[in-house]
Design a protein around this ligand. Sequence first.
Ligand code: CTP
Length: 405
Amino acid sequence: MSVLAGKRVLLGVTGSIASYKAVELASTLTQLGLEVDVVLTRGARQFVSALTFQSVTGQRAYVDEDLWGAEGHVLHIGLGKAAELIVVAPATANTLAKLASGTADNLLTLTALASEAPLLVAPAMDGGMFEHPATQVNLALLKERGVEIVGPESGHLASGLEAIGRMTEPARLAGHVRKLLGRSGPLVGQTVVVSAGGTQEAIDPVRVIANRSSGKQGYALAQAAIDLGAEVVLVSGPTALVSSVGAQLVSVTSGREMKAEVVKAARKADALLMAAAVADFRPTRAAKEKIKRVEGAPKVALTANPDILEAVSEGRKKFGKPRVVVGFAAESENLLENAAGKLRAKDVDLMVANDISAAAAGFEVDTNQVVLVDAGGHEELPLMSKAEVGERVLARVVEMLEKLK
Ligand code: CTP
């Protein structure tokens, strides 16, 4: 089961046009398995209704009248206690001022004042209101108290202005929520390095030798590690993906660049997850100028690329880090045999093997079917999303690190 499942988040929605985007945030968080209690202020209800939120969260959404309703006067205490995190998105200048001063004149601000849960605010307002010294002082005060302030972003505002004041997009906010929820996870204080995507090896300034790796599995591993509270370094080849909030992204192109960055990061890593598809061979010499067609088909001589896991293994013997190493083996035949062979040859603690000939388990798709192979045997996992595979692999990493304590 996902580590996020059942965690309770309180989403406060205040009176900004961006409140329509808070519906998407509520939906995204619900789909991640979180229980989302929504509290709307009077202003928010001018833009969007409680029913809209209830429809996407499957939970009751609360409004000011509920404070004086059947649950009596302790609703705010109950909501505040149950929440592992309070998110105010969008947060208007008015609500930020109330949060900063401790004003508690509606259900949301009462709940925020009564709760000990960490607070994340996503300001949204017109440019002038954001720049106003009063708003800036309030934000500085909230920051000093440990409140996480995300955004606002610059761009088109409802007033027609191009300025800073747009609420951060829901997908990005959800990333911040995950990072904050990870603070109570088993990998807090641990560094996890993930390599992802394929490498590109230059033939000339235009052409490369590449492979079909999309990076999806590696990025899902990085997210799973963040959900467990790890400090994550994501060494990535070129991909079309957006890095997770909380991951330190190190972008590389070639196998040799990836080796340099992975070896450097591995020295401080508790765990290394080597999910990247590193090119085994590169053109011996990359042409300085673009190869012209009229010159005819070129002969491209190839040289073997260094094996990154081999270099990591050498460092491991010297520095004792990474404490845990996970390798990945994409195979088109003899899956178990090949994976077990690579487990020994590459000095890794766990090999995640997948059969790339299966349609739903391989490049570009969002699902994967893997076998986890270690010295003790193997565990075949059913077809699942790459996000779930990430969670299962990280669960094994947590177990291995625990045993080393
Ligand atoms: N790997 C590596 N350095 C390389 C190539 C691969 O560190 N130059 C890592 C991969 O990231 C993966 C593991 O080694 O974690 C196995 O990769 P794979 O391509 O299956 O192994 P190869 O040794 O290249 O074997 P094959 O001949 O099957 O390609």
